[in-house]
Design a protein around this ligand. Structure first.
Ligand code: MTE
Ligand code: MO
Length: 411
């Protein structure tokens, strides 16, 4: 049994479960490949142990410095992902713990006429609070399933979660700061930073029209509780519909600027080939002929209750359940197949929590004879977009929305 000091050494001081439960929270090899998709590379499977960081249930560890932990599949059986199980993604390893009463948010930039500084109390008191159900998904969710393999954090299917986010509308705060008409982009910075000088600080910008969208928030609550430390306490940006990269955690400054923002994470990172995806929302001031910033999430789904190789009895109904989501058009239908895509049935959709939320689905099948079955689910959105059969290759491994094919057996 390792001593507490050994554990601290092994985990770099990032602890974790108290009361001697370390073994239970650190189950080696406990995480199987996601069912029905290309397998993760061997290295990613080996590193994907379950590990509990402070305040979280055991999550699938991808890297710990910076902390990158994904949510196990079982949590997606619920429409809302519990805060304790919500994935964690950081680019830089210096992450301060912020005291609520020490935090403030500076709002300025050359395109703001009346810069201001806001405390947490003021943010809560002086601006109308809104609550919104929205999926936060990392652009690179499922990158580890890319074949051929691409470089980056080798995420499985759990670099995402759905929560009710409560906060002030960004547009209300920008109005108070006197947004000028020449404002082009809104830039966010968070309290975390690089460990090595020379590593670019993680900052992001969004076009001013997206910042003024009523579904873009400065959130201070998640599922009715203060944001967990690892998810951006005391306040983070929520850009409903767009991938997680814009959802700045521990946000400390917001700047309205009149020129395209020049930062590594915008100019070089988080880009997709121009016109390769059926994408609708362009970040025009950051586009080039070759590539453009990733923006909205593509339509996607995950089956949550069927394991590869599972046995189902002949003559008895079994359910295929899961969740679907997209970049905010809203899920219109989920088709489910139990014969490898020869025939499809329209699944029953669960409660509609709004167009940015996970939407659950369910469909039952009754096998009539023994033999192999292949279960698939294909979500479509209200803009007519649907999941792909083949991976759309791109250098950074984004937008993986390939339909699962889970082989099971009727016995
Ligand atoms: N301050 C800060 N905010 C950040 C990041 C970061 O590295 N630092 N990563 C972004 C990315 S790429 C993602 S996917 C989401 C992940 O949100 P979560 O860690 O709350 O799940 O946070 C975003 N906000
Ligand atoms: Mo991300």
């Amino acid at each position: 049994m390792p001593s507490r000091r050994d554990i601290l050494k092994m985990t770099g001081g990032l602890v974790i479960a108290t009361g001697g439960t370390w073994l239970a929270t650190h189950a080696r090899g406990a995480v199987p490949n996601p069912p029905g998709l290309a397998p993760l590379p061997a290295g990613a499977v080996a590193s994907g142990d379950l590990e509990a960081i402070a305040g979280k249930v055991p999550l699938i560890k991808r890297t710990w410095r910076p902390p990158n932990y994904e949510t196990p599949l079982s949590y997606f059986a619920e429409d809302f992902t519990p805060n304790k199980a919500f994935f964690v993604r950081y680019h830089l390893a210096s992450i301060p713990t912020i005291a609520a009463d020490k935090w403030s948010l500076k709002v300025g930039g050359d395109a703001a006429a009346t810069p201001l500084e806001i405390t947490l109390d003021q943010l809560k008191r002086d601006y109308p609070a809104v609550e919104l159900a929205a999926v936060n998904q990392c652009s690179g969710n499922r990158r580890g399933l890319f074949d051929p393999h691409v470089a980056g954090v080798e995420w499985g299917v759990g670099a995402m979660g759905n929560a009710r986010w409560k906060g002030a509308r960004l547009k209300d705060v920008l109005a108070k700061a006197g947004l000028k008409k020449e404002a082009l982009e809104i830039v966010f910075d968070g309290a975390d930073g690089p460990v090595m000088p020379g590593t670019p600080d993680f900052q992001k910008s969004i076009p001013v029209w997206k910042a003024l969208d009523e579904n873009t928030l400065i959130a201070y609550e998640m599922n009715g509780e203060p944001l967990p430390h690892w998810n951006g306490f005391p306040a983070r940006i929520v850009v409903a519909g767009w991938t997680g990269t814009y959802w700045m955690k521990h946000v400390t400054s917001i700047n309205a600027i009149s020129k395209p923002f020049d930062n590594f994470w915008v100019k070089a990172g988080y880009r997709i080939p121009t016109n390769r995806f059926p994408l609708v929302e362009h970040f025009a001031s950051q586009m080039t002929d070759a590539n453009e910033p990733i923006t909205e999430m593509v339509v996607n789904s995950i089956i949550t209750n069927v394991a590869a190789g599972q046995e189902v009895p002949v003559g008895r109904a079994f359910d295929v359940k899961g969740i679907a989501w997209d970049g905010g058009r809203g899920i219109s239908s989920v088709d489910v197949s139990a014969d490898g895509g020869r025939s499809w049935r329209s699944a029953t959709l669960g409660t509609d929590h709004g167009r940015f939320s996970f939407r659950s689905f369910s469909q039952s099948f009754t096998p009539s004879e023994r033999g192999a079955l292949v279960v698939m689910a294909r979500a479509s959105n209200r803009a007519g977009a649907t999941q792909t059969m083949e991976l759309i290759l791109n250098p950074a491994g984004y937008h993986h929305n390939v339909i699962q094919r889970i082989a099971i057996n009727a016995v």
